[in-house]
Design a protein around this ligand. Structure first.
Ligand SMILES: [Zn+2]
Length: 458
């Protein structure tokens, strides 16, 4: 019961013993199998307009499920008939080209798409979405901090109350960062000053100034807190500085980058620091010695790096998101592990971040190939070229991907002035099932078992 489409060229394949799959209308065949009298007026798999939430990965997943169910109902015993498919490529040839035929990093990927519509959507009026700024951050105590009219405001998803915490004379500008405990907030102030705000006592803990004495230093542009809550700062003049827990300057590198430092990130075990700047360079530093280790050559990118992130439990693995390519590096061997172009044509990468529990890489792409207005893709990867989940929701570019303390909720802040919170592993029931470790995987090796829970000793 297979409906054969007439070939537009006038040729007819119905005399062939084996129907050509290319001419089979599976939708109509499905209709015949189910003995429906009328052809469905709407295709259940029609791709919806991107005017609302769309899970594109779920669309393709459902389509594959449907095809597989249809194939089973049409050809119940596939062992007894010839299978029709394009000739299989020689896998060994592929392996030679790309020897790592599984994921390039340790990951526990989802087996089916889990992203649904955001559970919370917040309006963020006048959100600064300059790609080089850091005006939103989510702390370990659950507070999302953001800069509005020169002061920091906090919001807690459970308390659902906005708090205006700082009184700096509207001097807070374009960069904030919670410490590892979510108790203190580092804020860049005007005139290259740095304010540390104690959110427990709700008062200013310290004010320090960037050590630059040049007019080139306009403000601090990047912060990072190490695992011991020591502060690292980078400024618009390219100076990189480390401070003790008491905010005493320990070490400072003038011209660590030739210009504006965009990102500073410490690796999961704290042995490495990565910095990227608008001078198109990415540098790796050893910590706590705080000495330059090596510079990553990214000549192919020829543009500043917007986003970098370390793997959540493999200390040496670093993902670098460039404008056209994403690369994965092993900083231990100083070698590039993988490089891949973005999956959507004419797309820009605005942010990337590993999920702390599963190790899946979440990437924010903005593609210009879908009409005059671009389309945003929130994509979950298990490898640089394998999409396991993907959603469209925002209308604007999304430079912020932030995790809650548990790593189960993802916040995205967009140029459409919305901050969305996503249940990254689906609804509560699905999340519980997904995060439950398999008993078969337990090992007598304690370290291996810890990894099953995605724990790491930091
Ligand atoms: Zn400076």
């Amino acid at each position: 019961m297979v409906y054969i489409l007439q070939s537009p060229s006038g040729g007819n394949s119905s005399d062939r013993f084996i129907p050509r799959r290319a001419n089979v209308d599976f939708d109509f065949s499905y209709y015949l199998i189910n003995k429906s009298r009328e052809r469905p007026t709407t295709n259940p798999f029609k791709r919806p307009e991107p005017s609302s939430f769309v899970n594109t990965a779920k669309y393709f997943y459902n389509l594959n499920q449907y095809r597989s169910a249809l194939r089973k109902s049409m050809v119940p015993d596939t062992d007894r008939v010839l299978t029709f498919s394009s000739p299989k490529r020689d896998k060994t040839e592929e392996w030679r080209k790309d020897p790592d035929n599984t994921s390039s990093w340790p990951v526990r990927p989802r087996t089916r798409p889990l992203l649904d519509t955001p559970s919370i959507i917040l309006d963020m009026p006048d959100l600064d979405t300059n790609m080089w700024h850091h005006v939103v951050d989510w702390g370990k105590k659950g507070y999302i901090g953001t800069i509005y009219e020169g002061e920091v405001h906090l919001w807690h998803p459970e308390e659902k109350l906005t708090r205006h915490i700082t009184e700096t004379g509207e001097r807070v500008c374009s960069c904030i960062k919670w410490n590892r405990d979510g108790t203190h907030l580092a804020m860049a102030l005007t005139f290259s000053a740095i304010c540390i705000w104690d959110c427990i006592k709700n008062k200013m803990a310290d004010v320090i100034a960037c050590r630059c004495r040049s007019a080139k230093c306009r403000q601090v542009t990047a912060f990072e807190w190490t695992i011991n809550n020591c502060l690292l700062t980078g400024c618009s003049a390219g100076r990189l500085t480390s401070y003790s827990r008491d905010f005493v300057c320990i070490k400072s590198f003038y011209m660590a980058h030739a210009s504006h430092i965009v990102n500073i990130k410490a690796s999961c075990h704290g042995n490495y620091i990565v910095t990227s700047g608008q001078d198109h360079s990415v540098r790796i530093w050893k910590w706590p010695e705080f000495i330059e280790y090596f510079e990553i050559e990214i000549s192919i990118l020829r543009s500043p790096i917007k986003s970098v992130d370390w793997h959540p439990w493999r200390d040496t693995l670093l993902a670098i998101g460039g404008p056209r390519y994403t690369t994965l590096w092993n900083v231990g061997t100083q070698k590039q592990v993988k490089i891949k172009p973005h999956p959507h044509s004419r797309s820009l990468l605005d942010a990337l971040s590993f999920n702390p529990l599963s190790g899946e890489l979440v990437v924010s792409y903005y593609s210009h190939c879908y009409g005059s207005r671009g389309v945003h893709f929130l994509t979950v990867l298990k490898d640089l070229d394998v999409i396991v989940d993907e959603a469209q929701y925002h209308f604007g570019r999304v430079p912020y991907l932030l995790w809650d303390a548990q790593g189960t909720k993802l916040a995205t802040a967009s140029a459409d002035e919305n901050l969305c919170i996503w249940d990254f592993f689906g609804s509560a029931d699905v999340e519980r099932k997904y995060l439950r470790p398999s008993t078969k995987q337990f090992s007598s090796n304690t370290m291996k078992s810890l990894n099953l829970f995605n724990c790491c000793i930091r």
